[in-house]
Ligand binder design. Structure first.
Ligand code: CP
Length: 308
């Protein structure tokens, strides 16, 4: 028997911290329903969404576009280079304009952490905001699709051992995931270069050398090396990084048989993990991408319902 999930409604989706456990689980269940072919029965006959990406993106941007089309939402195109941002228009005024012309929800990726604070404090901006990534801050929609992928595999988060490995300091995905995974009962471990690790992460889990973790964990979550956020920081050669901190073919042989490999992508093949593992049997990287569409359908539905 398939039990219908309780509908979640949200004003915005800005960070995972702001979600209750019930909201997280509701979104996961709704994402699974959409994956099984569920339809949305909207209150209004027409909704408009816009995807404002001020940082590059393939998965988040395009899966939101697919999710919007699957839900029957009209997507209002936006390209920074062809917009009035080139004339100096601010993010605030861009979103204010979108809201004024009737956009119901804006999905935004921006380089500034907490860019959304001034938008949600505005009394004039009426549209919902979905955070598609704020600098090194948070990536809540990626976190939710990662949770959906893990839940689909194991059916629970309780006592699941999850390793988050790599460039943790610069990863908004890691920050969202460590918070939610701990809250939902998983045991979180970290590994990767000590230069890209902060003591503040100890609230959520423990650092261990990768070679101690590979045989222990149920989920091996590798992170992209975020060169664009490193500035003058120490860098590693590809080979040096792969051997010291990457999931090599040798290390992967020591994973538990049921363990899964995840990566938010884009993947630097043969850096964070061996090329042959990306589409291998234990990888769920492609599933993460597909689940991104269904989870984003659930998020769009929740925010549009929350604003109706
Ligand atoms: N994982 C992720 O956010 O990918 P994009 O940068 O391609 O959206």
């Amino acid at each position: 028997m398939i039990i219908q999930s309780e509908r979640i409604s949200l004003k915005h989706l800005l960070s995972v911290e702001a979600l209750s456990d019930q909201e997280v689980m509701g979104l996961i269940h709704r994402g699974q329903e959409f994956k099984r072919g569920a339809q949305w029965n909207p209150e209004k006959s027409q909704y408009f969404a816009t995807n404002l990406f001020f940082e590059n993106s393939t998965r988040t941007h395009k899966s939101f576009e697919v999710a919007e089309r699957k839900l029957g939402i009209e997507t209002i195109e936006f390209e920074e280079s062809k917009s009035s941002v080139t004339k100096g228009e601010t993010l605030y005024d861009t979103v204010l304009t979108m809201s004024a012309i009737g956009v119901d929800v804006a999905v935004i990726r921006h380089g500034d952490e907490h860019y959304y604070d001034e938008l949600i404090e505005s009394r004039t901006i009426q549209c919902g905001i979905i955070n598609g990534g704020d600098g090194s801050g948070q990536h809540p929609t990626q976190c939710l699709l990662d949770l959906m992928t893990i839940y689909e595999e194991f059916g629970s988060f309780e006592n699941l051992k999850v390793a988050i490995v790599g460039d943790i300091t610069h990863s908004r995905v890691a920050k969202s995931n460590m918070q939610m995974l701990k809250r939902l009962g998983a045991k979180v471990f970290f590994s990767g270069p000590k230069e890209w690790y902060k003591d503040e992460f100890e609230v959520y889990g423990h650092y261990l050398p990768l070679d101690e973790l590979v045989e222990e964990v149920d989920v091996m979550m590798m992170l992209r090396v975020q060169h664009e956020r490193h500035g003058d920081e120490k860098s590693f050669s590809k080979e040096e990084y792969h051997q010291a901190y990457g999931l090599t073919e040798e290390r992967a042989k020591r994973l538990k048989k049921h363990a899964i490999i995840m990566h938010p992508a884009p993947v630097n093949r043969d850096v964070e993990l061996a090329d042959s593992l990306v589409e291998g049997m234990q990888s769920r990287i492609i599933t993460q991408m597909s689940n991104g569409v269904y989870m984003r359908m659930a998020i769009l539905e929740a925010v549009l319902t929350g604003r109706s």
